[in-house]
Write a protein of this length. Structure first.
Length: 200
């Protein structure tokens, strides 16, 4: 896998997200989330990670996302400056597998989300659970790694064999709609100043 490949492949998908965001209102969420919540297995798709800064008077200064096994990240839409991305991976070349993504260099104030987007391909139809570590400007850390009922639940997505037809439940469709709305919210954040560039 060439981690320096052109972001031209991501541009159309990101443009669609931004265009859709112009048509529908943004959606506010209280937890870290990866969107869309439902996607298609073995298909390269655009995803977003958004993490809220909830502590009053502080800013988010670092995010570390642990990538679940079988969820292959291909490339990135760079976050707004001065944020930048660092990668941990196993293997090299076409066999490289990204295991951890770290965002540093920025400051996201209270009430705003730290957002970045990436092209990825889930290898199988199943639930993928991410772990996200959020560091605040006072050095405190929130680990978004708990169960759904906890105060800091781990972000999850559901990969399915197909979307549409008789094999998809109502709950799956609802989850898909929520995921799309999350991407629309990400589109607004991109409009606020981020631009596409290749990963240095």
């Amino acid at each position: 896998m060439n981690l320096k490949r052109s972001m031209a492949r991501a541009a159309p998908a990101a443009a669609l997200v931004i265009a859709a965001g112009l048509l529908l209102p943004g959606v506010a969420f209280g937890h870290a989330r990866v969107s869309p919540a439902v996607s298609v297995a073995n298909k390269l798709q655009l995803y977003s990670l958004a993490v809220p800064t909830e502590k009053s008077g502080l800013s988010t200064t670092k995010l570390v996302m642990t990538v679940p096994g079988g969820f292959g990240i291909d490339s990135f839409v760079a976050p707004a400056a001065p944020w930048h991305v660092q990668l941990a991976q196993t293997g090299s070349g076409d066999n490289a597998v990204i295991t951890k993504v770290t965002l540093t260099g920025g400051h996201t104030p209270t009430g705003e989300d730290t957002l970045f987007q990436f092209l990825a391909q889930p290898a199988a139809a199943k639930t993928y659970t991410f772990q996200v570590q959020q560091t605040y400007s006072d050095g405190s850390i929130v680990n978004w790694a708990g169960p759904e009922s906890s105060e800091a639940p781990a972000p999850t997505i559901q990969a399915v064999d197909s979307i549409g037809g008789g094999g998809v439940s109502v709950l799956t469709i609802v989850a898909l709609v929520v995921g799309v709305l999350g991407l629309l919210a990400g589109g607004f954040a991109l409009l606020g100043g981020s631009r596409e560039r290749s990963l240095a």
